[in-house]
Write a protein that binds this ligand. Structure first.
Ligand code: ARG
Length: 268
């Protein structure tokens, strides 16, 4: 069974190597200079009205989701707080999960925050901040399913995942491409289980809990043996200036308990 190693050290090493590759200027931060409050163009005001674009995929409660046209969730609130700490207003761009890294790389967003797990493959394309949360993958099955653990998924069971996520990557590896159904949002996979089109869904643990919360009479959750995953914020490779600020803000909101207060609001 798969082992996911801690990527903390790797990410620091990669950062060191690429630190000089880019001066850190992005579309949004360059734009920011012109976004100032009328008549108060001193440095402080200019700094506090800098705009940072965060791309996410708001189909992932309790980390990011939309309710009544408003973005909510742990990542959304943490990002706003990180923005406050670094003197920037955070604007959200809601896109497909598998477009997040390309969007950061194209400069259309300054960072991606989406319950995104640090993986070695992703580290080849983006730089990651310090870890701010951990997760494991869970298996959701119908309550009356005979699937008791991941071992039961090997005999040709049909598994639903969100396209491009670690659930997709690990399940494709373990259970074969032909057994995987990929959905733009994992709730669509859960719906597909209702009709019997698929047998199970694999998704991050807190998300699994949030998704079945209103339907515990239909579904239950099993743990996978996949190792712990670490969530971090992704920036364009070499954008050390922004990454340093984000890291300092993450460290601050973690040690002050501010991040935990946000988590406690969403995870009971
Ligand atoms: N942690 C998983 C990954 O990084 C799933 C993240 C999905 N996030 C989302 N906002 N849809 O692949």
């Amino acid at each position: 069974m798969k082992k996911i190693t801690s990527l903390f050290l790797v990410s620091f090493m990669v950062l060191g190597l690429v630190a000089c590759a880019n001066n850190g200027g992005s579309a949004a931060s360059t734009e920011a200079a012109s976004t100032e409050v009328a008549g108060e163009a001193n440095n402080e005001v200019a700094a506090s009205t800098q705009k940072l674009i965060m791309c996410t995929n708001a189909e992932f409660p309790p980390y990011e989701y939309k309710e009544g046209g408003e973005f909510l969730g742990i990542d959304v609130e943490a990002a706003k707080l990180i923005g406050e700490k670094i003197g920037a207003e955070v604007e959200i761009l809601d896109i497909a999960f598998d477009s997040l890294i390309p969007t950061v790389n194209s400069g259309k967003a300054d960072f991606a925050m989406a319950g995104m797990t640090v993986t070695e493959d992703r580290l080849e394309n983006v730089d990651f901040s310090h870890t701010y949360q951990t997760a494991v993958q869970s298996i959701i099955v119908p309550v009356d399913s005979d699937i008791e653990s991941d071992a039961d998924l090997y005999d040709g069971k049909k598994i639903g995942v969100q396209l491009g996520t670690t659930g997709d990557i690990y399940c494709t590896d373990d259970f074969g491409d032909e057994n995987i159904s990929r959905y733009p949002k994992i709730v669509d996979g859960v719906q597909a289980m209702k009709t019997g089109a698929i047998d199970a869904c694999v998704v991050d643990d807190q998300v699994a809990k949030a998704i079945i919360a209103s339907d515990t009479s239909s579904f239950k959750i099993l743990e996978t043996p996949y190792a712990e995953e670490e969530y971090a914020i992704a920036v364009k490779k070499g954008n050390k200036e922004l990454l340093d600020k984000i890291n300092a803000a993450i460290d601050e909101i973690m040690s002050s308990g501010e991040l935990q207060a946000i988590v406690d609001k969403y995870i009971k």
